[in-house]
Write a protein that binds this ligand. Structure first.
Ligand code: RBF
Length: 157
C-alpha cells in the first residue's frame, strides 16, 4: 500500500473518460484545511481539465473527516454522478486517529454499497503533517488529482 511506489498523479490522459455532462460533488473536511484545500484544488483542476463544467462541480464543506460520511450521503441524495470525499487525519497523542480513520473508512464503504453513486475516498491518514504535505502537492503527488481520475473512471461503470 506504500504510496511511495504508487504516484499516479502523473497519469496517461488517453484512457480517462470525458467529464462533459457529469455533475460531481466534492465534500471537503475543514480540519487540516491547509492540506484539504490543496487536495480540493488538485481534484477540481483535474476535473476541469477533463471537461467537467465548472458549475457542475459543487463543493460541500464539513467540519472534520468524521462528518464526511454525512456530507457524502447528502450529496448522494442530490443525484450527483459521483462524490469525492476529501479529508486529512493526522496521528495525535490519543486514540482518536484510529477511531476517526476507521469510522470514515467504514462509513464511506457503506455509502458505496448502499448509495446511488460512488464515493471516492480521498482521506489522508498520516503520522505527521510532513507526510500529508508530501501527498497534497509534494513528492508523492497530489492525492486530490488521483481522486478526480478515480471519479471519472468510476463513471464508466
Ligand atoms: N478531523 C480530521 O479531519 N482530522 C483530524 O486529524 C482530526 N483529529 C481530531 C482529533 C480529536 C481529538 C478530535 C476530538 C477530533 C478530531 N477531528 C479530526 C475532528 C473530527 O473529524 C470531527 O469533526 C469532530 O470529532 C466532530 O464530530
Amino acid at each position: 500500500m506504500a504510496s511511495a511506489n504508487k504516484n499516479i498523479s502523473s497519469y496517461d490522459d488517453l484512457n480517462i473518460p470525458d467529464g462533459n455532462d457529469l455533475r460531481i460533488a466534492i465534500v471537503v473536511a475543514q480540519w487540516n484545511q491547509a492540506i484539504t484545500n490543496k487536495l480540493y484544488i488538485g481534484a477540481r483542476e483535474t476535473l476541469l481539465k477533463h471537461n467537467v463544467v465548472a458549475e457542475n462541480i459543487v463543493k460541500f464543506n464539513v467540519p472534520g473527516s468524521f462528518e464526511l460520511i454525512y456530507g457524502a450521503s447528502k450529496a448522494q441524495a442530490q443525484n450527483f454522478d459521483v462524490v469525492i470525499a476529501i479529508g486529512c487525519i493526522i496521528q495525535g497523542e490519543t486514540r482518536h486517529f484510529e477511531f476517526i480513520s476507521n469510522a470514515v473508512t467504514q462509513g464511506i464503504k457503506d455509502l458505496n454499497l448502499n448509495g446511488k453513486s460512488p464515493v471516492i475516498f480521498c482521506v489522508l491518514t498520516d503520522d505527521n503533517i510532513r507526510q500529508s504535505q508530501s501527498r497534497s502537492g509534494g513528492k508523492f503527488g497530489n492525492k486530490g488529482v488521483e481522486a478526480a481520475i478515480a471519479a471519472l473512471k468510476m463513471i464508466l461503470l
